[in-house]
Design a protein around this ligand. Structure first.
Ligand SMILES: Cc1ncc(C[n+]2csc(CCOP(=O)(O)OP(=O)(O)O)c2C)c(N)n1
Ligand SMILES: [Mg+2]
Length: 319
């Protein structure tokens, strides 16, 4: 089925919004304005965007330490996200969680996560709850190539397969886990081949092609909604920045980075939309400028917001 014009434009906006957010965070972090640690999603925008474009507001996602793109694609507000990064009271976690703990249960964001692979059992639990409540909600579980080597992956995917849980595992193979190349920790050329060990379908797609991601995840989501269980979708992409901001990346060959920057998913999609007659150059420029303005406003919101008070330190904390 052809993808509607509105959907295509929405996906373009989401990719541009993620890029604008991440580029600004990179700049603000380098200037010393953001405390803590940030892991940026630049280069991977097509994955979160294409995947989440298949979800309803009442569907769920679980995210990772590199979560800003997932959260924005699921409808997270950039002003509250930015405020959280700045440690401000108006942030998603009242300024006490930072980048890796942002959640918004009301729109199905079950949380970013500082523990690699920890979203996998959470996704299974959310999917089990949907199944037991008799709803047709679906969960997308985002995870990295590195996370696919954790025990939680084997246990979580195996159980979800046995119980036909409505989960779509979206593996973002960005070639690295910190400084370790995936080729050094996995003998398969496609991580998604592991699906056969659990008896579930798999598909591997170009993770820089937002339409390819949208369609592959779309089929998996439809399958999960019909009660036919989980699918493993591997999206091949690349992490442009360091593992964290400030990482000197001595382990990455320069040519490799250049090669992937040429495959930037955003200008490629922009060109395609113009060729398809969905937007004009001017429309696309306007969208890009609009996102820069939104992010500028998000930074102003963060700057003007108060810090949490010391008296609030132990509020919302479980012991
Ligand atoms: C259980 C656990 N082990 C190790 C770490 C340290 N760590 C943080 S991110 C990361 C690499 C994750 O790689 P991948 O899953 O490919 O995600 P990416 O960073 O590429 O998005 C590691 C080892 C951690 N946070 N949690
Ligand atoms: Mg990785």
């Amino acid at each position: 089925m052809p993808i509607g014009k509105e959907k295509l434009i929405d996906m373009f906006k989401t990719m541009v919004r993620i890029r604008a957010f991440e580029e600004r965070v990179s700049k603000e972090f380098a200037a010393g304005n953001i405390p803590g640690v940030v892991h940026l999603y630049i280069g991977q925008e097509a994955v979160a965007t294409g995947a989440c474009a298949n979800l309803r507001p009442d569907d769920y996602i679980t995210s990772t330490h590199r979560g800003h793109g997932h959260l924005i694609a699921k409808g997270g507000r950039t002003d509250r996200m930015m405020a959280e990064l700045y440690g401000k009271k108006t942030g998603y976690c009242k300024g006490k969680g930072g980048s890796m703990h942002i959640a918004d249960i009301d729109i199905g964001i079950l949380g970013a996560n500082g523990i690699v692979g920890a979203g996998i059992p959470i996704a299974g639990g959310a999917a089990l709850s949907a199944q037991m409540r008799g709803t047709d909600q679906v969960v997308i579980c985002f995870l990295g190539d590195g996370a696919s080597n954790r025990g939680t992956f084997h246990e979580g995917v195996n159980l979800a397969a046995c119980w036909n849980l409505p989960v779509v595992y979206v593996i973002e193979n960005n070639a690295y886990a910190e400084s370790t190349r995936i080729a050094d920790t996995c003998k398969l050329s496609n991580i998604a081949d592991r699906a056969s060990a659990y008896g579930i379908p798999d598909v591997t797609v170009d993770g820089n092609d937002v339409i390819a991601v949208y369609e592959a995840v779309g089929e998996a989501v439809a399958r999960a909604r019909r009660g036919e269980g989980p699918t493993l979708v591997e999206c091949k992409t690349y992490r442009w920045h360091g593992h964290y901001e400030g990482d000197r990346q001595t382990y990455k060959p320069k040519e490799e980075v250049e090669e992937w920057v040429k495959k930037d998913p955003i200008p490629a999609f922009r060109k395609r939309l113009i060729e398809m007659g969905v937007v004009t150059e001017e429309d696309a420029d306007r969208i890009e400028q609009g996102m820069d303005e939104e992010i500028e406003n998000a930074v102003q919101f963060a700057l003007e917001s108060p810090l949490p008070s010391p008296e609030e330190t132990l509020e919302d904390v479980f012991a």
